[in-house]
Design a protein around this ligand. Structure first.
Ligand code: OOG
Ligand code: NI
Length: 448
């Protein structure tokens, strides 16, 4: 019998090790975590109903585990290497995000667990972006960047060996898993010393700060981690009290009774001292901390409405501070139904259907229809949580930390095929995952 450590367990250990490393590397991130824990605790006291609901869903003990991190890589080989690394932890590429639209020369996916049990155990995901050198117009600069990237190795020999042994044997033993977590962590560590001289860094930085961030260092340092908060508006409000500068607005939908998709905010990236290969001392800003609050996954029709309202609101919210931004968003989003029944009946969002314990006689359930069964309390419909990302929000996060204005310089360049070729596989369609889960729950009900 093989005695493998479950992938979910490896992911759990890895995410905790990553969190410990990042708190040590970026002390402000530890401050953010303390603030979130305080706000979460207060929210649970002030909203006993929410506390009860979370307790019933076994959510309380994993409230404090990080929900996601983000990295950026420079070459197809690095991206496909990451695919193999994350597979060891049961994380697979889900979704394609084109950020060129928002003036950021990358396209991205999220490595994440895909099945319910794995998500329930630890939903840790890594938003992973691939730099698109082909979007750099300057020939000389593009060649220089490609050359620098061609020389770096972001995975240790020991890590590659462990990944190969996972692929051959189908798992890792306890001791191998321990070594794997250690070695994998090194890939995402911060390096104070750049691999290039000051002049090269500056030239790349002037093209786009992100290019310098990807090209000039030894590896894809983790650039943020993101815990979950129960009250993002409150955390945004209190960040300055603990000496943290928040980004100007909370991204995503406004506050709702039935939370939609994903809301995010972050603190601004820190300026950190860097020593360049010519011993020149300078600084680089890349690393920050983020928080998220997740809501229901939307069906294509709901998502179209979200995108439409977001676009309408964006024209009115440009440049506004968070409070005004949120109040305009609330107004614009009043067109989006805000109760679970309407979200369900109008086919706007995904739900998970379950037979309740007091489901009368099966016969009664069998001969009725879904809506009656829900009304009678024989079947419950629970919102399915959105596990993915939002490209417009992601662009907002990128921009606030790269100091970039929104530009359209790289726009109109979605190229999923290229991305999948670099990755070495197709990305999983996120909507198909939610649809499958909803359908499986419906199929398990005893209707005839
Ligand atoms: C990724 C930014 C996107 C999110 O949560 O939407 C992101 C990055 O800055 O590399 O993490
Ligand atoms: Ni993020």
């Amino acid at each position: 019998m093989n005695d493998f450590l479950p992938e979910d367990e490896i992911r759990d250990r890895f995410s905790k090790a990553m969190s410990a490393m990042y708190q040590k590397e970026v002390p402000q991130y530890g401050t953010l975590i303390d603030l979130i824990e305080q706000v979460n605790a207060e929210t649970l006291i002030n909203q006993p109903d929410l506390a009860e609901k979370l307790r019933a869903q076994n959510e309380l003990e994993r409230l404090s585990v990080e929900r996601h991190g983000a990295i950026r890589v420079g070459t197809p080989a690095e991206l496909s290497g990451l695919r193999r690394l994350f597979a060891v932890m049961g994380m697979h590429a889900v979704g394609y995000y084109d950020l060129s639209e928002a003036g950021v020369p990358v396209h991205s996916t999220a490595f994440r667990p895909v099945n319910d049990n794995a998500l329930a155990r630890n939903p840790f995901r890594v938003f992973t972006s691939l730099l698109r050198l082909e979007l750099i117009d300057n020939d000389e600069l593009r060649k220089k960047a490609a050359e620098v990237l061609a020389h770096r190795r972001i995975f240790s020999a020991e890590l590659i060996e462990l990944i190969e042994s996972y692929e051959c044997a189908g798992g890792l033993s306890e001791t191998e898993a321990e070594r794997f977590v250690n070695e994998a962590l090194k890939t995402f560590r911060w390096h104070q010393d750049a691999t290039v001289d000051w002049q090269t860094y500056s030239a790349l930085h002037d093209e786009h700060r992100l290019i310098a961030d990807v090209v000039c260092f030894r590896g894809p340092h983790i650039n943020h981690l993101t815990p979950r908060t129960l009250d993002i508006d409150e955390v945004q409000r209190r960040m300055p009290d603990v000496g943290i500068v928040p980004k100007s607005v909370i991204e995503g939908p406004p506050k709702r009774r039935c939370p939609l998709l994903l809301r995010q905010t972050s603190f601004k990236a820190l300026e950190e001292t860097i020593v360049f290969s010519d011993h020149h001392e300078g600084s680089h800003t890349a690393r920050f901390g983020e928080i998220e609050q997740r809501g229901i996954a939307l069906k294509p029709q709901g998502r179209a409405l979200y995108d439409q309202l977001l676009t309408a609101a964006r024209q009115q919210t440009k440049g506004l501070a968070n409070d005004e931004h949120q109040s305009i968003m609330e107004k614009v989003f009043s067109r989006f139904p805000d109760d679970e029944q309407q979200l369900r009946i109008q086919g706007l969002a995904y739900f998970d259907y379950r037979l309740t314990l007091q489901a009368g006689s099966l016969e009664e359930v069998e001969t009725t229809d879904l809506e009656t069964a829900i009304e009678q309390g024989w079947v419950t419909a629970t919102p399915i949580t959105y596990e993915d990302f939002l490209p417009v929000s992601a662009a907002g996060i990128f921009q606030s930390n790269l100091g970039g204005e929104e530009t359209s310089g790289y726009a109109g360049n979605a190229n999923r095929q290229d991305f999948e070729q670099a990755l070495g596989t197709r990305v999983v369609d996120e909507l198909a995952l939610y649809a499958k889960r909803e359908k499986a729950s419906l199929d398990a009900l005893p209707f005839t």
